[in-house]
Design a protein around this ligand. Structure first.
Ligand code: FDP
Length: 285
């Protein structure tokens, strides 16, 4: 008898849906007439991918809640069990220019909003030249290629390379606080470091996971919590990077330790090699 594993059911559903989501982007690159709960204009594809994932994930046995960056309210399901938080199309501004985007997910064993310490698994799909999935569970990160509903392991036990290479920082430079800007100048001064910034968190984080380095969407002068959302972006990415041997930080301590007070709350996000995040926290102290 096979024992059901709701975490695996959720991940399998997202990986099967990813090929469809990718194909469904064609013809859905325009703007929807709506704003998301954070006040950003939604793309048609944002709304469509959210509806598709909401329907499929909320009907899985063992899922008690579905929440997404694209909808104000949590969907409460009949079952007791896990809460799934999704950013259906992270970096959807890149639809217009046809650049990389992704789907981010976090699976929590507490009702939302929940801290990152309640995550039991998290990961993301990257719609690059190849569709890949990176998924962390029990301290191990695995990378897959996704084709036509199939998920094939391409790397077991993914870890951050020891020598960091890439860096990418969001927000307008004039809006960066002075201590963060001074830290960036220090990172840039290292001749081994290269700028890689594509404007979709998930693409930029995937560069860091591949080459080592740091990605941040920091606190800004007029938005002290930055732009990215704790439940849908900060926590899942922090969980993946920490499982891969790196660190996450809100500028002071692990993102996973940040108190969750609101479903759509924002958090400054810094993730990458331990040496770079330790130095960042010292620079911002
Ligand atoms: P997008 O608005 O295109 O969905 O949180 C979403 C996000 O993209 C991140 O993926 C990305 O890192 C960031 O916003 C880019 O923000 P800017 O528009 O400020 O560059």
């Amino acid at each position: 008898m096979t024992v059901s594993d709701p975490v695996e059911d959720i991940v399998a559903t997202i990986s099967r849906s990813a090929t469809e989501i990718r194909q469904g982007l064609v013809g859905r690159r325009g703007k929807a007439d709506e704003e998301n709960p954070s006040g950003e204009t939604q793309a048609e594809a944002d709304v469509w991918a959210d509806d598709l994932l909401a329907e499929r994930l909320s009907s899985i046995d063992g899922v008690s809640q579905y929440a997404s960056e694209e909808r104000a309210e949590i969907i409460d399901c009949d079952d007791d069990g896990l809460s799934v938080a999704v950013d259906p199309l992270d970096g959807s501004s890149n639809l217009k220019s046809n650049n990389t985007m992704g789907t981010v997910f976090g699976i929590y064993d507490e009702p939302l909003p929940a801290p990152g310490t309640a995550l039991v698994a998290a990961g993301y799909v990257l719609y690059g030249p190849i569709t890949t999935m990176v998924y962390a569970r029990d301290g191990t990160v695995t990378k897959y290629e996704l084709t036509g509903g199939e998920r094939t392991v391409v790397e077991h036990d993914v870890t951050l390379p020891d020598d960091p290479i890439t860096y990418g920082f969001g927000g307008r430079v004039p809006d960066w606080p002075a201590d963060f800007e001074a830290y960036v100048r220090e990172v840039e001064a290292n001749p081994q470091h290269k700028l890689r910034y594509g404007g979709a968190m998930i693409g930029d984080v995937n560069q860091v996971l591949t080459y080592g380095g740091i990605f941040a969407y920091p606190a800004l002068e007029d938005s002290p919590n930055g732009k990215l959302r704790l439940q849908f972006e900060g926590n899942p990415i922090g969980y993946v990077i920490e499982a891969a041997g790196g660190r996450s930080s809100n500028g002071e301590y692990s993102i996973l330790e940040v108190e969750a007070t609101d479903l759509h709350q924002r958090v400054p996000v810094h993730v990458g090699n331990t040496s770079l995040i330790d130095r960042l926290e010292a620079a911002l102290a």
